[in-house]
Design a protein. Sequence first.
Lengths: 371, 629
Amino acid sequence: MIFLKYDRRIFQNFDWMLFALVMSICAIGIINIYSTGFSLIDNRSPLYLKQLQWIMLGLSLMLVTFLIDYRAINQAAYIIYAISIASLVFVALFGHTANGAQRWISFGFLLFQPSELMKVTIIIALARYFDDHKSNEPYLLRELFVPFLMVIVPGVLILKQPDLGTALVTIIVSASIVLFIGMNWKSILIAVASVLAMLPLAWLFLKDYQKDRLLTFLSPESDPLGTGYHIIQSMIAIGSGGFLGKGFLKGSQTQLKFLPEQQTDFVFSVFAEEWGFVGGLVLMLMFISLIIWGLKIAWHSKDLLGTILAFGITALIAWQVVINMGMVLGMIPVVGIPLPFLSYGGSAIVTLLGAIGLLMNVSVRRFILQR
Amino acid sequence: MEKQCGLRNGPEPAEFRQRLKIVLILIGLLLSMLLVRLWYLQVIKGDELKQRSENNAVRFRIIQPLRGLIMDRNGAVVVDNRPSFDVLYMPTKGINHELLLQRLKDIYKTKTLEISSDRPFPKTIKPYLPVRLEKNVSMEKVALVETNVLDLPGVYIEVTPVRLYLDGEMIAPITGYTGEVSQRELEEPEGDYLSGDITGKYGIEKVLDPHIRGSRGNELVEVNAFGKVIKNLGRIDPVSGSNIVLTIDAQLQKAAWEALAGLAGAAVAMDPRDGSILAMVSSPSFDPNLFNSGIARDEWEKLQKNPLKPLSNKAISGQYPPGSIYKLIVAAAALEEGSVNPDTKIFCNGSFELGNRSYRCWKKHGHGSVNLHRALVESCDVYFYTVGKMLGVDKIAKYAKMFGLGDLTGIELDHERKGLVPTRDWKLARMKEPWQLGETISISIGQGFNLATPLQLVQAYSSLASGGTRWRPLLVQRIELSNGSITKEYLPEKTGELKLSQQTMAVLNRALWGVVNEPGGTGAAARRPYADVCGKTGTSQVIGLPQNDKARRQKKIAAFHKDHALFVCYAPMKNPEIAIAVVAENAGGGGAVAAPIARKILNAYFDAKRKEKTDQVAVIIPPADQTGD
């Protein structure tokens, strides 16, 4: 078929804007991780170099997801989905445990986190499903039973690891896609009502530390040693940055390691301490541009598949930005969500860059699909 | 154009565009909320939070737990904790550190005190990471620092618990000592250590460290610019470590220590009924309190270089040729293998000829005609040369192993050594040379390659005393929480059995009684008025052991040419409840030097028991010769 055929238009219409935006945010991420000054105890390369290697790996994946026509990828959607589920099951059975959670598959020299892959895979799988089951009418609840299963199975597997944050993002992004495709109003009401009814039950399934986090959020000063410590230290770090920031490598809270998880989930507080409100504003504007650009791609896509893919990937980035920053700024409870392109973490950055490749794929093929 | 590009059977693109607009507005709203929050934190509350960060108003502090106590079997505390006062300095911006240190020294000088460790400030001072200026200071210095606190911004006193070894060197080889966690321990993945933690380095402190250590607490405090705590924000209390109850009887330990005073060597007392160690001393010893706040280099070198090895627990890591102590085992082998019967007589004229070599008996003019009983009582070497030759090295080794020699006893301590029971195969593998018959002759009287630790010797004789059961030496009775509830109990554990006939055991038993109580017995010095002690003397030569590095070094020093004195015994003869091994290095003959030490320990044990006037009900061993003659 036409999938890998060379077409000049792919390069003529290459989405430079999207590529440049993502690369700039990645570059900020590298600089920021450098500043966390975090290096592993042994002689392996410092963290920012590892992150650079991960980005390189992500760019190769991006090339693949960009070059293969997204409709061809769509043919393999369920296979990719099955592989992701299988790796989640594998993790549940034989996974590598760290910090009390069993989230990783160990390949000896590197650890792979399948739940990160799942966040993107679920978008591809749902796009395939709704493309196969097009409807002019808003979907009814019973028509959504299969997508519900497709989301809830990985959701539970991830929740069991336990990784509340990733499970939440997977579900929220999927819900956003379904709402975006269109759901019957009555069905929405029923769904929301039943979710609310389930909440007390869900509380029973939360691990103690997850409950603690939620309770702490309600009053952080009540537990300044536990989770409250993260939030307080994070807010002090961000606040002390002031309008202009303390300057690169000058963040005292960061350099003294008062901040926990400063190179992963709390990476934004490092950035905000050193670059201040100005830096935070610039970064935020870059994210806003990225999101608008993603929605624009969804807008211009020539087929439903492309629209769903573009919207889903954009929603994934948007939700992670909102949840992570909300958490770091002390607005919502601490759930472990990385900040896209800025947090250290191999699996996350590789799958995200792969997703960006898919987004560029959709972006560029609207010029080709006109035939 | 939109219709033409065609979503044939799907929703209209226009509908999506409507929704995309809504999505855009929603996202815009959410992100603006984040921006407003960022503005609020950084610009509106920025100065306040900056203040907090600069003063590092919130400080996270780790509270070290109290290590568990170590007690003897009667609950007497052997190892306790005491407070230690350290002088710390929290570097603050804009203060000259050197000047401050000088001011502290000046304040000390007013009372003619000096700063104890004059090491320079670390090169990279990080503000808000405290520097420990002095450890374990006197109350006088504490008072000086506290009264001058306004002149010494950032300097403060921290109270930390340190170990107090009440019985000091008397029991140090067992309790061991503690020290600051090392770099290597910090990198252990399962260690769960933090820099500055105190951990057990040796002995029980090390072996049971996970129990003794307890778990850290922490607190979050708000401090002012002087490092003074102004508000306590939260605290998780540390959990004290578990207490260790030893099987050791501190009184008996003291008696054994005093009995061995002035000598190098070890003494171990064991209850043959269950393997409990009642006393275990190693001399000379060291003061574990010296290690508390890091031992001074010269002190450490002095301990390390002392040829008498004060840092090693000779009861478990001292390996000695057992000498005549070994004759019990050769005698057991000879009876069981049928080489001799109790009445077989062998003539001793003072020497034993093998080829062109002559092996001497310790008694120059010989013992005359002796049977096994007399041979043990008088420790006749020629008798055992003869039966040893009949048995051969491998049969002797079989019985030595049955008595537990040549293997770890499994006591709850580190650095235990195995000793050595030579066999033909061992020599071939180790030295690539075949076994020589002459070596069998040396083996028969416990010389040659033979090596055993005092603990192994007491265990071997205990298993005879218990009627044939070999118990694993128990050093710890139980581990309990500070409220007294027991978390782990150590039960007696059988590790082997003497497969000897009742008759053989009875013969050996009587012979050992004869050693101490019959005329001509070599162990007369251990005799008590009650005639209740069974034992065996041993005198082992230290020279002529070229493969033994220690012996080679000792060869150079004339005084060290003297023999090791050994004595192993148990009492009372009927239903023994205590067995003792004494080894005194380079001290002379076993009967003259070691036996009196054992008697002192026995006396201490039975005197204390009489004072207690408690009834001992336990009868474990049936009378040995019930069915015999």
